[in-house]
Design a protein around this ligand. Structure first.
Ligand SMILES: [Zn+2]
Length: 327
């Protein structure tokens, strides 16, 4: 007697399940056909599904986009701490991350020298690709010895990085106009932070005597910092690390350092310290005592989750390190 009853309820349950599946599937198809409705389908869906997917190159830009984008963005940076952007070649998985992004932000001015073709290709395929340097007026940029390029290391001038922040806000507002007020609010807050950073730096640097404001590094990453805070920059290599530091360059610089009695040299986080150690040895050979004044963040900031993993923290570290070594 029981058997047919059970069979009947199984059939009813199966029909209910099929009806529910068809209903959900129909709703899903309708929603995926109408982009605006995504997110209303399932109230339990993860927040990240509605975030704007952004891919960045250097970790300074990752930090910048996270500050301006706030809770609306999910940012994947291709280059972590200690990575040299001049030499960086994207892997197959990097290319996928660029292709899957809603927006791509990169530095521009040829910093990512081996990635230019990818950005051109992605832009042609319709993804918004923004160089954070693109709104900086040409007369605010520094040239290079070679003459054909602008110096790409704009982030070490806080005023230029403010322009980069505005470019990020423009990119986000263009893609997501609904939330423009939020991006404007985040931008305003971050610009205030950068202004405070700049004035604090100026006060600290005031303690270094003018004639000791000389920054000796492995590669030419601090021309903008030099212009903003009155430092002369002496580097073994030019603006790019894409050339071997020659023995002749090291000998010439060692002559100058000992002649001018410069106190300290600085190692960079993205360049092998061997180059600066070779320079130090060459200076000691000339009978002048010079020290390594510490490690500066040059083409990358620190590890995410640490104080130096933010632009503001890394900049503060650099200025404190320089002041300690040269004052
Ligand atoms: Zn560099």
């Amino acid at each position: 007697m029981k058997k047919p009853v059970l069979k009947g309820s199984v059939v009813v349950a199966a029909i209910i399940v099929i009806v529910v599946i068809i209903g959900v599937f129909t709703a899903f198809v309708q929603n995926t056909n109408d982009g605006a409705a995504i997110g209303s389908l399932d109230s339990t869906s993860d927040d990240s599904e509605r975030m704007i997917i952004i891919t960045t190159t250097t970790n300074m830009i990752t930090d910048l986009v996270e500050n301006i984008g706030g809770d609306n963005v999910s940012v994947t940076g291709l280059m972590g701490p200690g990575v040299d952007p001049h030499l960086y070649r994207p892997s197959a998985s990097d290319v996928k991350k660029i292709q899957n992004a809603d927006i791509v932000f990169y530095n521009g001015l040829d910093l990512e020298g081996k990635m230019g073709d990818i950005f051109v290709k992605i832009r042609r395929e319709g993804t918004p690709v923004w160089a954070v340097s693109e709104n900086i007026p040409t007369d605010s940029l520094l040239g290079l010895d070679t003459g054909s390029h602008f110096d790409p290391h704009i982030w070490w001038d806080v005023n230029l990085w403010m322009e980069a922040a505005k470019a990020v806000a423009s990119g986000l507002k263009e893609h997501d106009p609904e939330n423009y007020q939020e991006y404007d609010k985040n931008l305003e807050g971050y610009l205030n932070q950068l202004e405070l950073l700049n004035s604090a730096n100026l006060m600290k640097i005031d303690t270094i005597p003018r004639e000791q404001r000389i920054l000796v590094t492995a590669h030419d990453a601090f021309q903008y910092l030099g212009r903003a805070y009155g430092f002369e920059e002496l580097a073994i290599q030019g603006w790019s690390t894409d050339s071997e530091a020659g023995i002749r360059e090291i000998q010439n610089l060692a002559d100058e350092i000992s002649k001018r009695k410069i106190k300290a040299l600085f190692v960079e986080t993205t360049v092998s310290p061997a180059i600066i150690e070779a320079l130090k040895a060459a200076v000691q050979d000339r009978g002048h005592h010079v020290v390594i004044g510490g490690e500066l963040f040059s083409d990358a900031i620190g590890k995410k989750g640490t104080v130096e993993g933010t632009y503001v923290g890394a900049f503060t570290h650099n200025i404190d390190t320089i002041v300690r070594a040269l004052e």
